[in-house]
Write a new protein. Structure first.
Length: 398
């Protein structure tokens, strides 16, 4: 990926310049926000990021899965919108997004798991997701390497798949720049001060006045919000991924397979297999170094549904970790505090940032241009929901 010359990006913030919208964060979410704003004709959109280029934070460490198989309406609709547009972007860019429609296969062997999976399947079907309820024999036909002993239920959607996170960044960034979104890299936001018609954004690259500021800072979203006096309940947790050495005798493309009982997921990665597992008991962390204890955790679980991987060596040079910026209910926060309409939060996506990115961009665009969102019901994502009871909880967190 190429970046604009430093003189082009730095000049955007010089001399107390003005912007219609300042987006903080140039990961997939921030890039999609900038792109959708420019597509809607919003001028003077500027993206600020502390890194030297776009997509160098959590997006660069993503697993690469995109799915509509969630358990709440808002997450399903965000995925549907984004996946459709990622497919379109993939076609427009000659395959840059790297979309592969391998599907997601969810598996469970417990009564409670079957009930939860069926409830999610019914909701997904009601919203137009093409998801199939599979028997054990159909699972074997689709993924013959899966151990179906004791299998209670399985669901598969061919519309889900895998993308290339770096390719998504390249495609979004390229399109946003083509539409004249501005970018300022190697810049830290020092302070946010609201006033009568927006806010002043103080950065290490200079100060800028903006009508709207969008917090798309990922794992740093809570710190950014605090600069304006907002307590944003977004907490980062480390999530590890490991890749095996090459494994022969299996198709080059398999579904993303999820053992809902252990939390282990696998997919093809080159000639090997990528293995993921998110331990809900992991403490908050901003550490992105791979945790060797992760290998013991997956070794104790991988044999439940994927015993063929029990004796396959892990390639230690292909293990990495990233951060999930999570909220207590595993839904993003999209909207502004009631007393700060200029400060739109677009954060807390957990591991779903890429797969919800363009929908998030559309939602923010409608908040900026119309003062409300009509494409999605943002009520479940409102900022102040955590002080209330009865909210929805997303349970399909991988």
């Amino acid at each position: 990926m190429s970046r604009r010359p430093a003189s082009d990006s730095a000049s955007t913030a010089a001399h107390g310049s003005r912007a219609r919208v300042v987006v903080v964060g140039a990961g997939a979410v921030g890039l999609a926000v900038a792109l959708q704003l420019r597509r809607a004709g919003v001028d003077r959109v500027v993206v600020i990021d502390r890194n030297a280029s776009a997509g160098m934070g959590s997006t660069s460490r993503a697993n690469g899965g995109v799915r509509a198989q969630f358990t709440t309406r808002v997450n399903i609709t965000f995925s549907q919108f984004t996946i459709e547009r990622l497919r379109e972007l993939d076609e427009q860019t000659g395959g840059q997004v790297g979309f592969r429609g391998v599907g997601y296969l969810f598996l469970t062997g417990t009564d409670s798991g079957e009930i939860a999976l069926r409830r999610a399947w019914e909701l997904q079907r009601s919203l137009g997701v093409d998801v199939q309820w599979l028997s054990a024999a159909e699972v074997i036909e689709l993924a013959p390497f899966v151990n179906v002993d004791g299998l209670a239920a399985a669901a598969f959607s061919a519309g889900d798949g895998i993308i290339d996170p770096h390719g998504v960044v390249s495609a979004l960034w390229q399109e946003a720049r083509r539409l004249d979104a501005g970018f300022i890299f190697d810049a830290e936001v020092l302070d946010l001060a609201g006033d009568g018609d927006g806010a002043t954004v103080r950065t290490t690259a200079g100060d800028m006045h903006a009508d709207f500021v969008v917090n798309a800072a990922g794992p740093s979203a809570r710190n950014l919000a605090a600069k304006a006096g907002v307590d944003l309940p977004v907490t980062s947790r480390r999530r590890n991924l490991a890749c095996t050495e090459p494994v022969s005798g299996f198709p080059a493309a398999i579904p993303m397979c999820v053992d809902a009982d252990t939390g282990v997921l696998i997919r093809r990665e080159g000639a090997g297999f990528l293995i993921g597992f998110s331990d809900p008991g992991d403490p908050p962390s901003t550490d992105t170094a791979f945790d060797p204890a992760f290998l013991d955790a997956i070794a104790a679980r991988i044999g439940n549904r994927f015993p063929f991987l029990e004796d396959v060596p892990i390639s230690l040079r292909k293990c990495w970790a990233g951060l999930y910026p999570e909220t207590p209910d595993h839904h993003a926060i999209v909207g502004a505090p009631p007393d700060m309409p200029w400060f739109i939060q677009c954060a807390g996506f957990g591991g779903h940032g890429i797969m919800h990115s363009i929908a998030a961009g559309q939602a923010v665009t409608e908040l900026v241009t119309a003062g409300r969102c009509t494409t999605f019901d943002l009520h479940p994502l409102r900022v102040n929901r955590f002080n209330e009871s009865g909210g929805a909880l997303e349970t399909a967190v991988l």
